[in-house]
Design a protein around this ligand. Structure first.
Ligand code: KIV
Length: 290
């Protein structure tokens, strides 16, 4: 199947130019080709194939069980659906924690097997050698600090970060280290707007927000949250733009009722015998009648 793609490829320099010109960028997560195609057509600038696919697609409680192979398969699908959109692959837990070599090998898989434009990994100063190693291999890197779900155990749960001066300082130090290492993008998750705004203005690289207020260079939401599909929980920072679960539930209930009462399929949903075959068909039914 081919999807109707926009013909406006978004590149890394373009994202830098948008920051420079004060043009906000719109990011969404995406996990499959059909949604990626819709996102592309709706003007989404960047699609993150997040490890949130663990909850949104696979029904895990969190992101920890997500594997490299799962991430690659979903990045490939998104790439097929949105060939011109800037696609970012998300490094899952234990794909970069062990060593710089591991990090480079796994980051490389995202490019070689799924042709993503950038890869994202969680953590600040403690993953700085990983970021440098991936950059040295020629890839585009997006840092991710604030609430980092893969280390939420250490953070005491899925909690906003940077709400005290001390913790805000740690975020600023992490952001500066990530930029200094050479990363081209930064994502801030669940951080007070005053801290996120300061970091955005302080850094030359584009800084994006998920739950970090309006002053960043762009916004990210998890697509399953913003369309009202994911039901298990909804973070405070989510704005729901649709009630897909409601629409789908109504449609499924109507289908079940139609099937039960024999109202589906109707004649227009059937393939009838071809004209001129009726006589032969009648002869057949006689031949095989009990
Ligand atoms: O996996 C994901 O979608 C993410 C966002 C929550 C930032 O990493």
């Amino acid at each position: 199947m081919t999807y109707l793609a926009s013909n406006k490829p978004i590149t890394m320099p373009e994202l830098g130019r948008m920051k420079h010109d004060g043009q906000k960028i719109a990011m969404l997560t995406g996990y499959d080709a059909s949604f990626a195609a819709l996102e592309d057509r709706c003007g989404v600038d960047v699609i993150l194939v997040g490890d949130s696919l663990g909850m949104c697609v696979y029904g895990y409680e969190g992101t920890i069980p997500v594997t490299m192979d799962q991430c690659i398969v979903h990045c490939q699908a998104v790439r097929r659906g949105a060939p011109n959109t800037f696609v970012m692959g998300d490094m899952p837990f234990m794909s970069y924690q062990k060593s710089d070599e591991d990090a480079v090998a796994n980051a490389g898989r995202f490019l070689k097997e799924a042709m993503v434009d950038a890869i994202k990994l969680e953590g600040g100063r403690r993953v700085i050698t990983r970021i440098r190693a991936i950059l040295d291999a020629g890839m585009v890197v997006c840092g991710h600090i604030g609430l980092t779900p893969q280390s939420s155990g250490q953070l005491g749960g899925h909690k906003a970060q940077g709400r005290t001066a001390e913790s805000a300082q740690a975020l600023i130090e992490d952001a500066l280290a990530i930029e200094e290492a050479g990363a081209q993008l930064l994502l801030l998750e669940a951080v007070p707007p005053e801290v996120a705004g300061f970091i955005t203005r302080r850094l030359a690289i584009p800084v994006y927000s998920i739950g970090a207020g309006p002053d960043c260079d762009g916004q990210l939401l998890i697509v399953s949250d913003m369309i009202g599909q994911f039901q298990a929980f909804t973070p405070k920072f989510v704005k729901k733009y649709a009630d897909v679960a409601g629409v789908v539930t109504a449609a499924m209930k109507a289908y079940v009722q139609d099937v039960k009462k024999g109202a589906f399929p109707a004649d227009e949903h059937c393939y009838h015998m071809l004209e001129g075959e009726k006589q032969k068909w009648q002869a057949l039914t006689q031949k095989y009648a009990k």
